[in-house]
Design a protein around this ligand. Sequence first.
Ligand SMILES: NC(=O)C1=CN([C@@H]2O[C@H](COP(=O)(O)OP(=O)(O)OC[C@H]3O[C@@H](n4cnc5c(N)ncnc54)[C@H](OP(=O)(O)O)[C@@H]3O)[C@@H](O)[C@H]2O)C=CC1
Ligand SMILES: O=C(O)[C@@H]1CCC=N1
Length: 264
Amino acid sequence: MKLGFIGTGNMASAIMGGIIKKQIISADEMIGADLFAPGREKVKSQFKIHVTDSNKEVVEKAEVIVLSVKPQFYEDVIHEIRDDIRDNQIVITIAPGKTLAWLAEQFGKNVKIVRTMPNTPAMVGEGMTAACPNEYMTEEETAYVCTLLESFGRVEIVPERLMDTVVSVSGSSPAYVFMMIEAMADAAVSGGMPRPKAYQFAAQAVLGSAKMVLETGKHPGELKDMVCSPAGTTIEAVRVLEELGFRSAVFEAMKVCEEMSKGM
Ligand SMILES: NC(=O)C1=CN([C@@H]2O[C@H](COP(=O)(O)OP(=O)(O)OC[C@H]3O[C@@H](n4cnc5c(N)ncnc54)[C@H](OP(=O)(O)O)[C@@H]3O)[C@@H](O)[C@H]2O)C=CC1
Ligand SMILES: O=C(O)[C@@H]1CCC=N1
């Protein structure tokens, strides 16, 4: 087995889906463990990967192991597997707040670890993942892990001090964007548009806007100004968003998210 998952929930499924779609690793070379039988069965039927109820079996069989349980279960899972981890294996973590120093302490031995923060758009190959390798990872091993992570989106190696900021700007942010799409669609429905069409219009507008930021290299403010025709419709919408504290709401929500990550 090339890749193993301990925990087969939402984020693990998004990663599995992205990797299988890009055919970097076949489903037959992946194994996932989950205590929750319906969770295991879901990924088995969806992706045809091997599944087990034993975390130790994943460690026994996989070269690279993704710890994809909630942060509060990290300590127990690491203590369960630490004696079985071999020198040549690589552990990928995806939990907020779990620093490389904390992870080293829990393993209590020299383990190759890459601390990452992915996001669920991995499911459609548009993930954004930040990665921090520890001192036991060679350049080749880090490059291999980056190839895996790139199979489901963009990857950046970042200094570890930025990881809590990454949680707020990309790990958690799909939730805020989905809320915005939902709100936009509700307003479109109120204007008379059938709901399925409203989601399509709102989502495509968000997708296209994001692509413009990434592909033109222009400042988002300049792109916004290009939409605001003089005495037009958009500038009135912008006025109301400013009045209702749109920017401030996003800013404050992200600061709370970052602080929460630090405390985990
Ligand atoms: N969801 C997201 O968008 C993102 C999540 N993450 C991180 O990914 C990790 C997983 O989150 P997410 O996928 O959302 O959570 P989920 O609850 O969807 O998935 C976690 C899975 O692990 C199972 N589990 C719990 N304890 C164990 C154990 N001891 N051994 C094996 N399996 C276990 C859970 O079972 P049960 O339900 O029975 O407890 C559940 O099926 C977290 O650390 C999270 O912070 C990172 C970036 C984005
Ligand atoms: O909500 C959470 O805690 C996880 C981490 C980033 C996204 N989801």
